[in-house]
Write a protein that binds this ligand. Structure first.
Ligand SMILES: Cc1cc2nc3c(=O)[nH]c(=O)nc-3n(C[C@H](O)[C@H](O)[C@H](O)COP(=O)(O)OP(=O)(O)OC[C@H]3O[C@@H](n4cnc5c(N)ncnc54)[C@H](O)[C@@H]3O)c2cc1C
Length: 313
């Protein structure tokens, strides 16, 4: 058994488990062995073997607005003139990555795909305490749907190499699909666990977490490398420190293009995006509901009257 509170482990150990096991809070043990097999490591391309854990956090820069505007021509988000922020769910992912590094040692790298302006958000993550940041940026990536986005990010992770744990936010507040995290795991052929609210145990080769489900939580364990997506209940993200801000100002952000990643041109950007947006619209505001008053008898009578009037009965 290993624990986040134990002393940093200085060498890699074999996977404790290469299967996902699920324990439910409602029905006692509910072992679902064989749900997913974890390979011993992600196809390494010269990645460093570190003491501690090599963590990658996927961070998306999103518009800082609750009023998302859609371009009627391209059916994509209008980003011009809207200030940008780190996707709020990703701040929890960054914080968790930093906490893991602080307890177990290793490295936290922030990975993002987007235009050059994303460098600002990557520097903010470094100011929080991340070690390094890589931006995947190329005109060829523009117009990517979730399939192409997750493929491109997966290829970035493959190029980083030697990754133990990938952490994503639960979802992005603009796209809102929650597909990218699981998509990355599928492209890398590693297990993933979504909606993680607490890491119970973690060591090289093994993770055990609590994942939120309706009305409770499940305890899930798997071998590493794996990907988790986190919810806001997992931690309280820290603010950048003065030292962190100074370090971020000096640090160069690595930028990788499509050529650097050696990606399949048919699987990136608009060409690699099979999603077709048929129509984008703002839902009509519905009339507010009516609360029926009185005791049960009176409420039933009032309801029947209204249903008769509406022609439902
Ligand atoms: C035809 C089409 C064209 C599109 N063109 C564009 C475009 O040009 N530009 C654009 O920004 N969007 C574009 N989109 C939207 C794009 O599909 C999503 O923004 C993107 O794939 C992420 O999906 P999501 O926002 O639902 O993220 P979710 O799946 O909800 O995000 C979950 C988590 O995945 C990670 N993640 C998601 N996206 C990124 C990222 N880019 N970098 C790092 N980590 C990430 C984060 O950890 C995030 O918390 C397009 C969509 C379609 C259908």
């Amino acid at each position: 058994m290993c624990d986040l509170s134990v002393k940093p482990l200085l060498q890699r150990v074999r996977c404790r488990s290469n299967r996902i096991v699920v324990e439910s809070t409602n029905s006692g043990w509910m072992t679902a062995s064989g749900v997913a097999e974890a390979p011993d490591h992600i196809n390494l391309q010269g990645g460093q073997v570190l003491s501690g854990l090599n963590v990658v956090v996927c961070m998306k820069q999103v518009p800082d607005t609750t009023e998302v505007k859609i371009d009627p021509e391209t059916k994509t988000l209008v980003r011009e003139g809207v200030p940008s922020i780190i996707n709020p769910f990703d701040t929890y992912a960054i914080e968790e990555g930093i906490r893991i590094r602080e307890r177990l040692g290793g490295k936290v790298t922030i990975l993002s795909m987007g235009p050059p302006q994303v460098k600002e958000s990557l520097k903010e993550a470094i100011a929080m305490g991340a070690d390094d940041a890589v931006l995947l940026s190329d005109r060829a990536f523009a117009g990517s749907d979730t399939l192409a986005t997750s493929y491109t990010l997966a290829e970035g992770i493959r190029k980083l190499g030697g990754v133990d744990l990938i952490i994503c936010g639960k979802q992005a507040i603009d796209g809102d699909t929650a597909q990218v995290g699981p998509g990355i795991a599928e492209h890398l052929d590693i297990p993933h666990i979504t909606y993680v609210r607490r890491i119970v145990e973690l060591c090289p080769g093994y993770i055990r977490v609590e994942r939120m489900v309706e009305g409770g939580y499940e305890v899930v364990e798997t071998g590493l490398p794996a990907l988790i997506t986190v919810v806001k209940e997992i931690n309280e993200p820290r603010l950048p420190s003065m030292k962190g801000l100074m370090r971020a100002r000096r640090q160069e952000i690595t930028v990788w293009t499509a050529q650097d990643l050696e990606v399949d041109p048919e699987r990136i950007g608009l060409r690699g995006s099979p999603t077709e947006v048929i129509r984008v619209f703002t839902p009509e505001v519905r009339a507010s509901g009516e609360m029926l008053q009185g005791d049960v008898q009176e409420q039933v009578q009032a309801l029947v009257e209204r249903l008769l009037k509406a022609g439902v009965l």
